[in-house]
Write a protein that binds this ligand. Sequence first.
Ligand SMILES: Cc1cc2nc3c(=O)[nH]c(=O)nc-3n(C[C@H](O)[C@H](O)[C@H](O)COP(=O)(O)OP(=O)(O)OC[C@H]3O[C@@H](n4cnc5c(N)ncnc54)[C@H](O)[C@@H]3O)c2cc1C
Length: 252
Amino acid sequence: MIIEYHRPDTLESALELLQRETPLTVPLGGGSVLNQPSDSAVAVVDLQNLELNTIKKTSNTLNLGASVTLQQFLETPIILSALTKAIKHEATYNRRQVATLAGSLVACNGRSPLSAAFLALDAHIILLPGEERIGVGDLLPLRKKILKGRLITEISVPVNVKFAYEYVARSPADLPIVSVSATQWSNGRTRIVLGGYGPAPILALDGVQDQDQALTAIENAFFSAGDQWASTEYRVHTAKILAKRCLKTFKE
Ligand SMILES: Cc1cc2nc3c(=O)[nH]c(=O)nc-3n(C[C@H](O)[C@H](O)[C@H](O)COP(=O)(O)OP(=O)(O)OC[C@H]3O[C@@H](n4cnc5c(N)ncnc54)[C@H](O)[C@@H]3O)c2cc1C
């Protein structure tokens, strides 16, 4: 339940509100999660007047404001085509108009295609106060702790890379039961991220491309990935097939 609503015009006032001891005060992006009925009482700081919705390209990086919506990101001309697939898979057209990049990242679970893509791309975030820059891989497991009283202002992703996203779901529009997101840099560095399970996507491999090594890494990362949707054996078997498909696209 939202008990207080604030819409500050400066980052300083936003941070002042977020750092209050009581009531618990959190940033409000698109509000698609925070507006859901909930038993916990929170004060919200609406970010819409803070100009965090810009997209800038600097040499090989895309710097995305935390409040950029999924649809705005999708409509960016400089975007990898497989990333388009992951964004469309993340949310329907209506939800994409509202949901922000930071909100989607913070509220994600392991089935989130966009967060898996950010992790595979080795995306980094900027956190205030302190302008701290950390990898999405460091944020996801410790979100609650890291974000207490803090604000994500920017997410940066590389643009000079190859990216692939493959998934299996109950229906084409449903969120994945198993997904593989892979990124390859020009020097051969390859990151493979598994999705469809658990509280956050899982980084399986960050190294040079070697298919056998990638398949072993998938077995290790999904060593205990059974739930009501699929068994560990199914997930490992399927993820290996999807990873081979991703790696094949890098050779084309
Ligand atoms: C019906 C429905 C179904 C959904 N199903 C799924 C699902 O299956 N899987 C899934 O992963 N998600 C699901 N979601 C979640 C949702 O789609 C996304 O997480 C959404 O994109 C959140 O974005 P937002 O900007 O609206 O977030 P908000 O609701 O504004 O915020 C979400 C969280 O992020 C924090 N936050 C927002 N901006 C910042 C910032 N700049 N810095 C720090 N913290 C910030 C907020 O404090 C809050 O904790 C669902 C949502 C709805 C409404």
